[in-house]
Design a protein around this ligand. Structure first.
Ligand code: PHE
Length: 350
């Protein structure tokens, strides 16, 4: 037993006192270290076993340790007192602020879930892609005027010239249809794919964003028909907009589908009647709202993807995420750019 043992007691006592928050624990600490039968008292009692020359040093250190621990005790008592004096355990807590997913992300998840019920698997492809996948393989040869409908961003190299490679110019995907031939090239049939991704076009205004989202469905198998197309779009529309909503395929033209359609749904505001309380519905045209393009995959596109059009046929559709979700929300968003202004007052409504 010596001076070292006393120093060790001090160290351990201080360590044990850390984090003590209530009066009961302070009492226990006092009893364990400073009480009559406490660890310090017991150690000091052993002074009688030391030689006369060891005793003065032992006594001196012993007193210092006692003072230190008593000082600590006073500090602990006063801090416990002030904490306990202030705390009112019945006072209601502060609710932590929890955010939520953006309306667009919520919609993307929902769309993905609905199509997964039909066995469509979500895939991802580059958003910086080659002209070949965005246009040429989709039956739109170079300089074809149909390309003008997709106001495309091209990627420039460091000299300001458009970047080109073996598969043509580099573009920001103007639609999700680049997934079609890319998926066929993977070489697995049948295909049941849903591609949800950002799309880019040189446009901006109350009804157009330069960056928006599309979801593209592609089903390729033997004997796929327009009846299947109608079945798939019907399933989605009824799950997303409601059982009572009707669909209609209106003839249209795309280079990569034949035949091609625009998909319309019956207006969710006037319920397809075209009139609201005697007046014309302001949301739709004669009871119908346009959702987006669809059609049967053109044989040239199947060929480009290495799929035999004599054996296989396919259906495809591609619609805007923002457009689809706004059509359902019933919120009259007059400027689509509101979605991405980070205005919490707006976003927290969804
Ligand atoms: N890619 C077309 C668009 O952006 C939509 C579409 C996809 C049409 C697939 C037919 C088939 O408008």
């Amino acid at each position: 037993m010596g001076v070292e043992a006393l120093k060790k007691i001090q160290e351990e006592a201080l360590l044990a006192g850390l984090g003590i928050m209530d009066a009961r624990a302070v009492d226990e600490w006092r009893a364990e270290w400073l009480g009559r039968k406490g660890k310090l008292g017991m150690a000091l009692g052993l002074i009688s076993e030391l030689t006369a020359s060891e005793r003065p040093e032992f006594g001196k250190v012993g007193n210092l340790v006692k003072e230190t621990l008593e000082g600590r005790l006073v500090a602990m008592m006063s801090s416990v007192e002030s904490v306990e004096g202030q705390l009112d355990w019945s006072f209601p807590g502060v609710e932590p602020k929890v955010g939520h997913l953006h309306l667009t992300s919520q919609t993307i998840r929902e769309v993905q879930n609905i199509f997964s019920e039909l066995g469509f698997r979500r895939a991802r492809f580059p958003e910086v892609d080659w002209d070949y996948y965005a246009f040429e393989s989709l039956n739109m040869p170079k300089d074809h005027p149909a390309r003008d409908d997709w106001e495309t961003f091209f990627i420039a190299n460091d000299k300001g010239r458009i970047k080109t490679g073996a598969k043509g110019k580099q573009v920001l995907t103007p639609h999700t249809s680049n997934a079609q031939v890319r998926e066929m090239e993977r070489g697995e049939l049948p295909i049941r794919l849903i591609n949800i991704s950002k799309t880019y076009r040189r446009q901006s205004g109350p009804r157009h964003l330069p960056v928006f989202h599309q979801f593209e469905g592609l089903l390729i198998d033997e004997g796929v028909s327009i009846a299947n197309l109608k079945g798939v779009v019907d399933y989605f529309v009824k799950r997303f907009f409601g059982e009572g909503v009707q669909t209609r395929l209106r003839p249209h033209h795309f280079k990569f589908t034949e035949p091609s359609f625009e998909l319309d749904i019956s207006c969710v505001i006037c319920l397809g009647t075209g009139t609201v309380s005697g007046g014309k519905c302001r949301i739709c045209k004669g009871g119908w709202l346009e959702l987006g393009g669809a059609g049967m995959v053109h044989p040239n596109v199947l060929k480009a993807g290495g799929v035999n059009p004599k054996k296989y046929s396919g259906l495809a559709f591609g619609w805007g995420v923002e457009r689809t979700m706004i059509m359902r929300s019933g919120v009259n968003i007059t400027d689509i750019r509101t979605l991405y202004k980070n205005d919490l007052g707006f976003l927290e409504q969804f």
